[in-house]
Design a protein around this ligand. Sequence first.
Ligand SMILES: *Cc1c(COP(=O)(O)O)cnc(C)c1O
Length: 399
Amino acid sequence: MNTKEIIELENKFGAKNYKPLDVVLEKGKGIWVWDVEGNKYMDCLAAYSAVNQGHCHPKIIKKMKEQLDKLCITSRAFRNDQLSLFYKDICNLTHSHMVLPMNSGAEAVETVIKAVRKWGYTTKNIDEGKAEIIVCENNFHGRTLTIIGFSTEEQYKEGFGPFTPGFKAIPFGDARALENAITKNTVAFLVEPIQGEAGVIVPPKGYLRAVRDICTKNNVALVFDEIQTGLGRTGKLLAEEHEGIESDVTLIGKALSGGCYPVSAVLSNAEVLGVFLPGEHGSTFGGNPVACAVAREALKVLVDEGMIENAAKLGDYFQKKLKEISSPYVKEVRGKGLLIGVELKHDAGGARPFCETLMKKGLLCKETHEHVIRFAPPLVITKKDIDWALERIREVLIP
Ligand SMILES: *Cc1c(COP(=O)(O)O)cnc(C)c1O
């Protein structure tokens, strides 16, 4: 089937909840992907950071195949020989005390909502049904009903109510707003260290440290959703390290499997995750042997192959070079590591046409919100690759 036939088939049978660029991919290696016509593209989205380690990383694929031949799933009704090893690796790497494995990022978010609520009821004597979680405006934490219920994006919510109560939204990047919003019923503050889907919004310097202090002072659990910012994307293993602090709970997903499998995890001090007793939470696929084997290898290559340092170094380079482009369309270039947003002026006609032109030039990226182009390639990208990308980006941004 050619591109047109495949797209027609997809449109005929598929729900229309996405509006993808019309490129049909069939193969990937490192930062490169190929479409069904044999055209080659640089992937500057990296599946929203799920494939930080690069497409089809040979070591991850090998580990996965080995595990597939041995044992795929047991459910958590029995133990498997991979789970404890995954626990040990992830806790050592992130200095966590306890971990709960799930599959999608949204499931990790749902899990932490349950955990901090119960933690609040058992340790803070909050009246039943009154627990409150503070979130930020323009947040993105996934697509389940509870999660979209506390989104401030109309498009994510419209027509889907009623929603789960117990959330309060405050402006992102404003520590004083957090201080003012906390009540005796507040159990947690859930926040992305950099807002990804909102358009790569970097908070003011010192914000993470300030909210850490406020949460500590008020006995509120600080929960970082690092599903997109974590695992090397911003040039540190976790974005919280940029301000030398530790959350109480951190959520990771996406690149935890190097893009090979849905694996997410809730990482916590022992106190918050310690609230779960047998039977109170679970997932059929969570912590299965394939997920654990793949995640261990994905973490190993991320560290062993210097991808985190590469993201820091080349992220700085990429951002600096983007800032040097003198374009009448660009309002701002911002980001950290290899999570970069180029915000276009609002009269530039939206980011989508720019992404479509870049696609024709062999560079795949995607608009986020209307006016931002996000550049977030796999962390294995080289300086030469970035120069190649910059050449194309310049052609599109300079009329
Ligand atoms: C992608 C993302 C999620 C949701 O992950 P899914 O695997 O799509 O459910 C949650 N939080 C953040 C910050 C994300 O970027």
